[in-house]
Every structure is written in structure tokens, then in C-alpha cells.
Design a protein around this ligand. Structure first.
Ligand code: DUC
Ligand code: ZN
Ligand code: ZN
Length: 482
């Protein structure tokens, strides 16, 4: 067999095992994995390093306007380059519907925006306006195109769709094998806290953390899971930041629910103390849900280690520390006027490798599962996230011993700060490939603008999760002969 490329001499790591082996690649696909492979037009010597599936970033905001109209600093060129330097071969950012927009127009817009991408991409929709047409005409068309996941919000004035809207969306998604993701925080509790803090004149960045209590997330996760249970739909809870929220996910799974969840490095690496940096510096650390405390970090780590979280995603939401982003409402803006979100697409994998694998919290196989394989499985990326014949050759070769300090320049994004600045991390993705093409090698970009491709995703299967039956719904169905 002749190969375009052979990667040889590495330790292949998958979500289930590690072994010494070579990988043969032809036409962008893995076509052989064996102890030793001869040939190859190009031979890449992995030199004993780790050869893993390239990361799949399943939560990133790229070329996306917030509901209040602030554009992210990264478009698909800089966002994908930053992702690639961070060890990712593909990503699934959001395509956001704002009220009044049709889903078809949203997809056409992001189709154009994503063209410069260096890595492969798909989208999760954000649905903020679930009209009859959206539910029964536009969404099914998007699902048929392979955009098989969507996100809803329980908070923010312009995004929150309410419990009834959520039930409508969950039901439509269920009928088409699509997955509903949820940003879960109780809107009224946050609004009430904003009022209480404002009345006391407490509007510096650090009060953002108080304005969105852990209780608000725990309540909304419980409610989202309960609504998913009633509608019999699968659910993915994004950016879980609380022990109570994670425990609720864990309980639902124990009861048979098809409930998935992620957390993010910032909730494990940073605390609300970071919001209390001098002057407006704290604004850099404003994200929602907010950073918590050390006890919550410990609890979240336990959930990462014991499988409550399927993935660790960056929630890359790049708003610069200037008038285009964080400081759009001026230097002394009160926290409710400061854009929510922080960058992290390049830092996600090196941070998790260093703090997880190198510090002995995670096995290498867990790292692969949490950063690539699980996202591929859950979001229906059938050709990605695994090293086995037939898969896209999306591969990252890691030097597990190289030590690097996080700098802004190393993020290769369009930001003017990184919240991970100065952290010393062990483990570097030295070579990153997308469909057999080297896009990053030893700190140099080889990927070309526009070389990334959209990938369609499959609907979800239901096998293996019995679900959480609801008596009354079963009686209703029986009564209707369904
Ligand atoms: N939720 C996100 O997922 N990202 C940025 C801001 C937010 O509220
Ligand atoms: Zn969110
Ligand atoms: Zn997000």
C-alpha cells in the first residue's frame, strides 16, 4: 500500500489505549495503523512523542455578534489559527440567531464568515426566537444539512426563550435526533441580584461574580434537565461551573437520562479573586457563569475525573480590553455593561494536559476523550476524534515534556490579553494536522486560509440510555395509541 504520509515512531494515544505504532495517511484519511509501516511520500518522525487525535473545540464564539451587538475579536481566520496552535484540528463554533432572523439567513451568514478557516468546522445553532416557522420548517432544514445541535439560553433579556420555548425546541430536536445545549442560569435571580448590588452602588467588576450566584446555575440546570425529561429529549449542559450543577447532571445520568455536560479550564484554573484585580483589570475575567472559588474548583475536578463531564471546552469568547470589547461602555463601566467572556481556544489543551495529565489527575486516554473523542461522538462528527482506519487524519503530535510559559503572542489570536498569562505549562502540541495536511509545525503556521471544510454531523442515536420516563407522558401516549 502506498501512502501520502506516514507518521512513525510515536506512541499512539486514543480514548481507550496507548501503543507504539505508525499511521498511514492517504487522501486526508487514516488508511492504516500498524506496528510498523514502510513507505510514504512524506515520512514524519514522531520521535517517541505522543500521537493523538487533534482536539475538537466544541464551544467557541467566532465571528459572532453578542445579542447587544458586540462582535468577537476573532473571525474564522484568526480563531482557527489560534485553535490550531493550541492543538485543535477542528472546531464547532456557534451560528447565532438573533430575534427576527431566519435560521436559513443565519446559516448563509456563517457560511460566508467561516470560509477563511484553516481547520474544519461545523456549527451549533443558537436559537433565540423559536417561532412556528423556525421550529417546524427552518430547524428541520438545518438538521438535514448536518447541523444537528443547537443551544438555548435561560438568561439574558434578548436570548432567554423561557420554559415554554425550551420545551418546544427540545421536542423538535428530539424528533429529528438533534441535541439541545443549554446555558443554564436563572434569569430572575440574576436580575434580582443586579438590582440589589446596584442599589448598594456595588458595580465594580468583582461584583459580577456575586451577581450570578451558584444557586442560579444549580436551579437552572435542574430545570433544564427536568424539561428535557418531560419532553424525552437529550440535553447537553454547557460551561458547568458549580458542584451542585454537576451533581444534578450526574444524578440524571444515573437515572438513565441522556444528559451530557462540559466544564471549561477557566472554572478550574481561575477564581473570583481574579475579578478583584486593580482598576478595571478584573473586567478581563468577566464571563458567565462567573468564576467561583477554590472549593468549587476541587469539586469540578472530581467531576472531570469521575466522568460527569464529557468534555472540557474553552468557551472562547474573545472581547478585547478596549472600546471594541470589554470597555465599549467606557473605562469605569459598571459590570452589567461589560461583555461576558474570555479567550482560551489556544490555551485549552496545553492547560488541561499540564494540569490534568502532567499533574497526575488524568490519564492520557482521559485527556483524549475529554478534548476530542467524546465531542465527536456526542455531536455526531463521524469521521473525527479517533485514530483508526477510515477517519480523517486529524492528528496532533505532542511533546509531553516541553515547558512553556503562556504568553499573548503564543495564543495567535486577535486578542490583547490572555487570562492564562504567565502560567507555566508542561506539554506542547508540536505538529497539528487537519485531514492529513500539516497546519502547524514547531511554532510555525503551515495551514492556508480557506483550507478548512464544513463537516456535516449525524443525528444522535438513543441506544444505551433508557431515558427518564415520565408517568403522565406515558399514559398520555398510551391514551392516544402512540
Ligand atoms: N455564554 C457563553 O457560552 N459564552 C460567552 C458568554 C455566555 O454567556
Ligand atoms: Zn453561555
Ligand atoms: Zn459560550
Amino acid at each position: 500500500m502506498e501512502f501520502d504520509t506516514v507518521i512513525h515512531g510515536g506512541t499512539i494515544v486514543t480514548a481507550s489505549e496507548r501503543y507504539a505504532g505508525d499511521i498511514g495517511i492517504t487522501d486526508g484519511r487514516i488508511c492504516a495503523v500498524a506496528e510498523r509501516l514502510a513507505g510514504g511520500t512524506r515520512r514524519i518522525d514522531a520521535g517517541g512523542r505522543l500521537v493523538m487525535p487533534g482536539g475538537i473545540e466544541a464551544h467557541a464564539h467566532i465571528a459572532q455578534e453578542s445579542a447587544s451587538g458586540i462582535m468577537t475579536a476573532d473571525g474564522y481566520l484568526s480563531g482557527s489559527i489560534s485553535a490550531a496552535f493550541g492543538g485543535n484540528s477542528s472546531f464547532i463554533p456557534f451560528a447565532a440567531q438573533h430575534r427576527g432572523q431566519s435560521i436559513d439567513d443565519v446559516i448563509a451568514t456563517y457560511d460566508a464568515r467561516a470560509r477563511p478557516s484553516v481547520i474544519d468546522y461545523s456549527w451549533h445553532l443558537i436559537v433565540s426566537d423559536p417561532t412556528e416557522e423556525v421550529l417546524h420548517d427552518q430547524l428541520p432544514r438545518a438538521f438535514a444539512r448536518g447541523i444537528t445541535s443547537l443551544k438555548v439560553f435561560t438568561t439574558y433579556d434578548l436570548l432567554n426563550i423561557g420554559d415554554a420555548g425550551m420545551l418546544d425546541i427540545l421536542s423538535v430536536a428530539r424528533d429529528h435526533g438533534a441535541l439541545t445545549m443549554v446555558h443554564a442560569e436563572n434569569h430572575a435571580m440574576v436580575a434580582w441580584m443586579n438590582g440589589e448590588l446596584g442599589a448598594r452602588g456595588l458595580t465594580a467588576p468583582k461584583y459580577h461574580a456575586l451577581s450570578r450566584p451558584e444557586l442560579a446555575e444549580e436551579e437552572a440546570i435542574n430545570r433544564a434537565i427536568t424539561l428535557a425529561q418531560l419532553s424525552g429529549a437529550p440535553l447537553f449542559v454547557v460551561h458547568v461551573s458549580t458542584a451542585g450543577g454537576a451533581a444534578r447532571v450526574q444524578r440524571a445520568r444515573g437515572e438513565g437520562g441522556q444528559v451530557f455536560a462540559e466544564t471549561c479550564p477557566q472554572y478550574l484554573a481561575l477564581t473570583r479573586d481574579d475579578l478583584d484585580r486593580p482598576g478595571m483589570e478584573g473586567a478581563k475575567f468577566i464571563c458567565s457563569p462567573p468564576l467561583r472559588d477554590a472549593a468549587t474548583q476541587d469539586a469540578l475536578w472530581r467531576h472531570v475525573q469521575t466522568g460527569t463531564f464529557d468534555s472540557v471546552s474553552s468557551d472562547h469568547a474573545p472581547y478585547r480590553f478596549d472600546g471594541t470589547g470589554k470597555l465599549m461602555h467606557g473605562q469605569g463601566a459598571p459590570y452589567p455593561k461589560i461583555a461576558n467572556g474570555m479567550p482560551g481556544i489556544a490555551a485549552r489543551l496545553p492547560w488541561l494536559f499540564s494540569e490534568g495529565v502532567v499533574k497526575g489527575r488524568l490519564r492520557l486516554e482521559d485527556f483524549v476523550a475529554l478534548t476530542s473523542t467524546n465531542a465527536a461522538r456526542i455531536f455526531g462528527a463521524a469521521k473525527k476524534g479517533r485514530i483508526t482506519p477510515g477517519m480523517d487524519a486529524d492528528i496532533a503530535i505532542w511533546n509531553p515534556e516541553a515547558v512553556r510559559k503562556v504568553t499573548l503572542a503564543d495564543q495567535h489570536d486577535n486578542m490583547d490579553f490572555t487570562p492564562f498569562e504567565g502560567m507555566e505549562l508542561t506539554g506542547v502540541p508540536e505538529i497539528v494536522m487537519t485531514r492529513g495536511e500539516v497546519i502547524v509545525a514547531h511554532g510555525t503556521l503551515h495551514g492556508k486560509e480557506g483550507q478548512g471544510r464544513f463537516f456535516a454531523r449525524a443525528p444522535m442515536g438513543r441506544t444505551g440510555r433508557p431515558g427518564m420516563p415520565v408517568k403522565e407522558v406515558e399514559l398520555m401516549r398510551a391514551g392516544a395509541g402512540q
